[in-house]
Design a binder for this molecule. Structure first.
Ligand code: NAD
Length: 267
């Protein structure tokens, strides 16, 4: 039965959450599922019938989302390698979504922050993929969805750690696709431009400081300057793409990167 996104009104129209995708009997794990894109992915997968494990650093957010969608909450700091072994391994759909940002010029970028971002956005996805692949291989089906970014394909100033991590995630996704293909496992990246989430709201403040302009000008003069479509993307739109990649007509799509960038890459 088709349910609707709670916040689909942000799209200005009613959106079918399932798009005809039936995930009954499938188990999904979404990192950073307590907020933004992860929350939207968790809700969409649950609406399509999957049992969803919501993993987040923030215990309250994880529980709130899990309770709302009938999923299972896990509090975990993905910067801690040992925590990966506490998460379930019998997962059919893995959404590597958790991410953080830090904006600073390269010559001033804090090395410990750089290392942390690689840990959360590259090493944790690697360890999670490594952990769930045996179950996917045994079942002959699996979907690895990596929430990359337009910055997995392009660079911007002041984002050295983020651009490095997302480019690495692209490589990891491709290797997963190559190795997973004989086992019915696909791996793809979704590459959003700027999405209306708490992460971007924080960036607006940081970019204002880095560029020496007002927060009000950051949206028009920095974030949206390169995308012909002059609006922020909504988290539910990213979730709809992730859900589609779990659907019945996508088994030949693997090792791909799906730009959702409002034409940024074309311009
Ligand atoms: P968000 O800040 O709204 O949510 C991120 C979630 O990840 C939070 O709930 C946070 O608690 C969790 N998290 C952070 N560090 C963690 C850790 N160490 N362990 C476990 N959980 C952790 O962010 P968002 O905007 O929804 O971004 C989600 C993903 O989408 C990120 O990978 C981001 O790079 C990517 N992305 C975002 C945008 C955008 O414009 N918002 C664009 C392209 C890609």
């Amino acid at each position: 039965m088709t349910r609707e996104f709670a916040s689909s009104k942000q799209l200005g129209s009613t959106v079918s959450a399932t798009g005809g995708v039936n995930l009954s009997g499938r188990a999904a794990l979404v990192t950073g599922g307590g907020s933004g894109i992860g929350l939207a992915c968790a809700a969409a997968l649950a609406a399509a019938g999957a049992e969803v494990h919501v993993v987040d650093l923030d215990a309250e957010k994880a529980k709130t989302v899990a309770d709302a969608i009938g999923g299972v909450a896990h509090t975990a700091d993905l910067a801690d390698q040992d925590v990966i072994d506490t998460l379930p391994s019998d997962i059919d759909i893995l959404v590597n979504n958790a991410g953080i940002q830090h904006v600073a010029a390269l010559h001033e970028f804090p090395p410990d922050r750089f290392a942390l971002m690689q840990q959360v956005m590259v090493t944790a996805p690697f360890l999670l993929i490594r952990r769930v692949l045996p179950h996917m291989y045994a079942g002959g089906w699996g979907r690895v969805i990596n929430i990359s970014s337009v910055h997995g394909l392009r660079a911007s100033a002041f984002k050295s750690a983020y651009v490095t991590a997302k480019h690495a995630l692209e490589g990891l996704s491709k290797v997963t696709a190559v190795e997973g293909a004989p086992h019915g496992v696909t791996s793809n990246c979704v590459n959003p431009g700027y999405v209306r989430t708490p992460l971007v709201e924080g960036q607006i403040q940081d970019q204002a400081a880095a560029h020496g302009i007002s927060p009000g000008d950051v949206l028009s003069d920095v974030l949206l300057t390169r995308a012909p479509v002059k609006r922020l993307l909504e988290a539910e739109e990213v979730a709809a793409a992730a859900l589609w990649l779990c659907g019945p007509h996508t088994s030949y799509i693997t090792g791909a990167s799906l730009p959702m960038d409002g034409g940024w890459g074309a311009s």
